[in-house]
Design a protein around this ligand. Structure first.
Ligand SMILES: Cc1cc2nc3c(=O)[nH]c(=O)nc-3n(C[C@H](O)[C@H](O)[C@H](O)COP(=O)(O)O)c2cc1C
Length: 155
């Protein structure tokens, strides 16, 4: 059975909620064993052991959190060939995509041959503590589902 981890950093719960929704999409057919973990409750080695690795961070000051950056820094030292890796962030509308692009770039710098990251997902929040803007969350489950579908195409 394939396995997936959705690992996130979160101060107020929005990024955690997105992580849980992505996981619902990943595990919907019961064929991908999926875990959701806060970054501080897991290790780079535990994350690396999964076939699918999804990493999310809130945007803090235009960038991913130090904890998210530190995780990618450690992961990129491993052999990640064949892994499905995707990033997501939560942010204000004006900073859509910034934090996840930074995480993608950090990974690619050392792993140009890694399975290309899926189109990253940026989820917009209304204020620092949320809530998530109406309609944004549906993309989270779609991301999980699309990764699951692509796994089903490969044995
Ligand atoms: C210290 C701090 C700095 C922030 N700076 C930005 C920023 O530069 N750009 C942005 O889009 N959002 C910024 N935000 C808002 C976060 O995007 C928002 O708090 C986050 O998406 C909520 O996710 P969480 O509930 O998982 O913590 C900042 C939030 C905090 C707490």
């Amino acid at each position: 059975m394939r396995s997936a981890v959705v690992v996130y950093d979160s101060w107020y719960g929005c990024t955690r909620a997105v992580a849980e929704e992505i996981a619902r999409g990943l595990s919907a057919d019961g064929k991908v064993a999926t875990v959701v973990a806060h970054i501080k409750d897991t290790t780079p080695e535990q994350v690396r052991d999964h076939d699918v690795i999804v990493i999310g961070s809130p945007n803090h000051f235009g960038a991913p959190t130090p904890r998210a950056r530190a995780l990618v820094q450690r992961l990129r030292g491993f052999d990640l060939r064949g892994k499905r890796i995707a990033f997501f962030d939560t942010c204000f509308a004006r900073d859509r995509g910034k934090a996840l692009a930074s995480l993608e770039a950090q990974l690619r710098e050392r792993n140009p041959m890694v399975t290309p990251p899926y189109l990253g997902l940026s989820v917009v929040v209304e204020g620092t503590r949320g809530p998530i803007v109406a309609g944004e969350m549906s993309h989270a489950r779609e991301l999980g589902s699309s990764i699951r579908s692509s796994l089903a195409l490969t044995v």
